[in-house]
Ligand binder design. Structure first.
Ligand code: 5GP
Length: 424
């Protein structure tokens, strides 16, 4: 890749100005592996390429979930060790999220056993300073020393937590426990001229601890290197194999589990309701199909649609829409082992009493009821997200954004002057 002048250099990477874009830099991952703040260092041929590959795959997954990151492109070609990212002003704080106790936490808390679970996850901050061995900082210190504002730190913490949960899910699909994770952030000027916080730096096999089947003896990450006093060539070769395995496994994270929603409505009159559902599903990246089939008027046609969906779509959730007497939801539910969410249209003429036909079901029938179309889509996403990390991550990010909206609304209300007049 053509590169501009060198912009910065770390222990395992070099940053170059992008030759055409002033707002982008090229991150070139190197073959060094280091520990003890650079006191121990070795070279593993090809590690830079594996680091770029792992990082690009992780950032592409996070971007697909809607996590704000600096990653633009590159890093995924087998012969490349370079990726293009947005130019940021890096914030010199390592944010560490821990799911279970390990590493430096145990040294600081010898009373805690390795593997003790943190609920909620523990978030710690370390100031990046090799000479002082990256001392732990409190949130108050970071704000008082103006390293980041309170709002920036809150955002960094939230994004670090989201990133951790998404990667926990991704690793869990491979029966690997994500123990802890280190991430870094940058300030970047957005298209609107405002500064925004982005997940930055790299996320590779040096950034986490990962234990297959939750067994620390089977670790796949850089801790293997940290544990060796003077690694031999064959030990370095073994570490490279683990890094290759991790890059390969990470390549599976974004693979779709084939989740699909079949929206079945009792009448074409229900189409506006169905469209609200399909719009909310596509915002979460979930494909859907709409059918009109009535349990009362066309039971055989409704059954044929269910059989067709079950035999052609691997992993389907049904959302059924019916007004008045809702026979459709229970009918579909009895015909399929897949989950059915009833999202009935409630009219005004019976004071909403038709809801009872969605609630009282025969034995052995279990259609769920969610009244708002957008919420029915969310419920389907939560079901499909169980084995699809992108859908799971999109649900997490949408919940985060909706929490943030509430908090920001409250802040706006309470920062207004008491009589509502600006400057009064
Ligand atoms: P600990 O504080 O227990 O040593 O590390 C916590 C987590 O952050 C681990 O996943 C570890 O790999 C990661 N980590 C800590 N310091 C660094 C660092 O300087 N560079 C990188 N890449 N990861 C780190």
């Amino acid at each position: 890749m053509n590169k501009g002048p060198e912009v910065a250099r770390g222990k395992t990477k070099i940053l170059y100005q992008h030759p055409e874009r002033a707002d982008a830099v090229i991150v070139s991952s190197q073959d060094q592996i280091t520990a003890g703040d650079g006191a121990k260092r070795d070279v593993i041929g090809g590690k830079g390429r594996l680091a770029a590959l792992t990082t690009a795959r992780i950032f592409r997954l996070l971007n697909a979930c809607g996590v704000p990151s600096h990653y633009l492109s590159g890093g995924e070609d087998e012969d490349q060790n370079e990726m293009i990212v947005r130019r940021c002003e890096m914030i010199p704080i390592e944010v560490v999220v821990r799911g279970v106790a390990a590493g430096s936490y145990l040294k600081r808390h010898p009373e805690v056993k390795e593997g003790a679970v943190f609920a909620p996850r523990l978030v710690e901050y370390f100031f990046k300073d090799d000479a002082r061995h990256d001392p732990q900082y409190s949130a108050e210190q970071i704000i008082a020393e103006k390293i980041a504002s309170a709002q920036e730190l809150e955002e960094m913490t939230d994004i670090a937590r989201l990133t951790f949960e998404i990667l926990v899910h991704a690793w869990k699909t491979q029966n690997v426990l994500l123990v802890d994770l280190k991430v870094e952030f940058g300030r970047c000027v957005g298209a609107d001229g405002n500064s925004e916080i982005l997940l930055a730096d790299v996320i590779d096999n040096d950034s986490w601890r990962i234990w297959p089947a939750g067994d620390s003896k089977r670790m796949l990450d850089k801790q293997l290197y940290r544990n060796m006093s003077t690694p031999t060539d064959s030990q370095l070769g073994m570490i490279k194999e683990k890094y290759e395995e991790v890059a390969d496994r990470v390549g599976q994270f974004q693979k779709s589990a084939g989740g699909f929603v079949a929206i079945i409505m009792g009448s074409a009159a229900d189409l506006p309701h169905a469209e609200r559902i399909s719009k909310a599903l596509s915002a979460l990246g979930i494909p859907s199909m709409k059918h009109v089939a009535s349990a009362h008027k066309t039971p055989l046609h409704a059954l044929a649609r269910v059989e067709q969906t079950d035999s052609t779509m691997g992993h389907a959730v049904y959302i059924t829409i019916a007004g008045r007497s809702n026979a459709l939801s229970a009918f579909v539910d009895a015909a399929t082992p897949n989950p059915v969410i009833a999202c009935p249209v409630i009219g005004s003429s019976w004071a909403g009493m038709e809801i009872l036909s969605s609630l009282q079901l025969p034995s052995g029938v279990a259609s769920l009821v969610v009244l708002e179309p957008e919420n029915a889509a969310l419920a389907a996403a939560k079901i499909l997200g169980a084995d699809d990390t992108v859908i799971y991550g999109r649900v997490l990010v949408s919940q985060y954004r909706s929490r943030k909206n509430v908090i920001e609304s409250d802040a706006r209300l309470n920062s207004a002057p008491p009589n509502g007049k600006a400057g009064a």
